[in-house]
Design a protein around this ligand. Structure first.
Ligand SMILES: NC(=O)c1ccc[n+]([C@@H]2O[C@H](COP(=O)([O-])OP(=O)(O)OC[C@H]3O[C@@H](n4cnc5c(N)ncnc54)[C@H](OP(=O)(O)O)[C@@H]3O)[C@@H](O)[C@H]2O)c1
Length: 415
């Protein structure tokens, strides 16, 4: 039996307006928006002003409203809205990855205590249906890897730098087109991708991590010579959120990767997102779609609302193994590291060097570096350097055979 859904909507910007439009074009869904709370009543809206107020209680204290859809751009205000709504026994749908990454356990507990659902498909990968697939489709398949391009702004910038634009030009164009915020820190320094990775790790491996524990390095320090190096070698630089499970260890980080043309992310361009899931039985599967935008993002919100008709809630089934898992920072990686001088380059200690170049404007090195060495620098604020990870190069420092370890844990988990 389908539930009748009466929605209170917070936010009527890019995604909120998109939700109103897609709901209007959806005939099968028994859902209607009763009231919309926004910040600035003087703004012109595409629908009648009687829908709007700035008073949260018009939604939160209305017993007829059984679903709160939170689509605002302020994660602190969103925390108050979402927690109050859950306590009031209302289902909540949100797209706010920062809010959720910071408060996941608390919000999940609140939803459980109040016997309501808290859904957030749109918070990772925009239109890509990844969270519910991780929850439901891979229920009986054991995941070993999840990685992806989960930030459309940086992917747009990297598409342009690969074509020869400088980072600054590409960022300015992204801002002019509305893809990037005036303060682009969250996107270009990899914070936005990290919030999404925290959610992916939870649903892929059942692992909760504090977002502070995850290394996020973005693309702010990318130089023309790095983009040129990649172009000349037939490679591309992409910002990837990366997570892997090796036995009971989880490794996860956000960093630029320098990838060959057979890598899944090579042809994922502009604002598109892509996530690859690797599991024991299904092997590698690629999810590709628009990671942002009004209607694509609203489509994921719509799907959550639709799921509420049937009382859907995430069960966090994989979390039952959580107590055995720990976050591992004891690993090494193969990287490309460029620096504005040989002297600067020599300040970073490599375990092995595979290739070096010393030039007048810059120098670079390719080789193996420990995460311990990486963690000594605040790379987002180190303008003399640019670092990119070479894929599939992680070695746990304990010198384990990763492929054997992975199969062992997967088989053990399923037996
Ligand atoms: N845009 C995307 O493509 C995209 C993709 C994935 C996820 N998301 C997430 O979706 C959410 C909404 O993003 P958006 O792009 O739609 O943002 P947006 O276009 O900037 O719109 C934000 C809306 O929130 C309202 N608002 C701000 N503070 C408020 C408060 N305290 N109380 C009530 N309303 C408030 C604003 O009101 P006024 O209209 O009065 O200013 C505006 O309507 C964010 O969490 C974002 O991270 C967005």
């Amino acid at each position: 039996m389908k539930n009748q859904l009466t929605i209170g909507l917070f936010g009527f910007g890019c995604v909120g307006t998109g939700l109103y439009e897609v709901l209007n074009k959806t005939t099968l869904l028994q859902a209607s928006i009763k009231h919309i709370v926004i910040k600035d009543l003087s703004k012109k809206r595409i629908i009648d002003s009687s829908y709007f107020s700035t008073d949260s209680n018009r939604i939160l204290q209305d017993d007829e409203i059984n679903v709160v859809v939170e689509l605002i751009n302020d994660s602190e205000a969103a925390y108050e809205i979402v927690t109050t709504a859950l306590r009031a026994g209302k289902h909540v749908v949100s797209a706010n990855k920062k809010l959720i990454a910071y408060h996941l356990n608390e919000l999940v507990s609140l939803a459980k205590e109040n016997n309501v659902s808290f859904l957030y498909e749109a918070s990772v990968g925009g239109s890509i249906p990844i969270i519910r697939n991780l929850e439901e489709y891979y229920n009986n398949d054991s995941l070993s890897n999840i990685s992806g391009i989960v930030n459309g702004t940086t992917n747009y910038i990297l598409t342009k730098t690969a074509e020869g634009e400088s980072f600054d030009e590409a960022l300015k164009n992204a801002q002019d087109l509305g893809f990037a915020e005036l303060d682009p820190t969250s996107d270009v320094d990899g914070f936005d991708a990290k919030y999404k990775l925290v959610l992916l790790l939870k649903h892929a491996f059942g692992f909760t991590t504090k977002q502070d524990a995850v290394w996020n390095y973005g693309i702010r320090q990318l130089k023309d010579w790095d983009a040129r190096y990649a172009r000349e070698k037939g490679l591309k630089i992409k910002l990837l959120a990366f997570g892997t499970r090796i036995n009971n260890q989880i490794v996860g980080f956000v960093a630029p990767h320098i990838i060959p043309n057979n890598h899944f992310a090579f042809n994922v361009e502009n604002e598109f997102n892509a996530v690859v899931v690797e599991a024991l039985f299904s092997d590698k599967q690629l999810f590709l779609g628009k990671g942002a935008g009004s209607h694509p993002t609203a489509s994921a919100v719509l799907s959550d609302i639709s799921a509420l008709q049937f009382d859907y809630a995430y069960e966090y089934k994989k979390s039952k193994t959580e107590e055995h898992l720990s976050f591992d920072s004891d690993y090494s990686l193969k990287v490309y590291l460029s620096a504005t001088s040989q002297e600067k380059l020599d300040q970073i200690t490599f375990i092995e060097t595979h290739e070096t170049y010393t030039g007048q404007s810059h120098s670079y090195k390719i080789g193996i570096i420990s995460y311990e060495e990486i963690s000594k620098q605040d790379w987002n604020n180190a303008p003399d350097y640019f670092l990119a990870v070479i894929p599939d190069s992680i070695q746990l420092t304990k010198n384990t055979d990763i492929s054997t370890e992975k199969s062992a844990h997967l088989i053990e988990e399923l037996s």
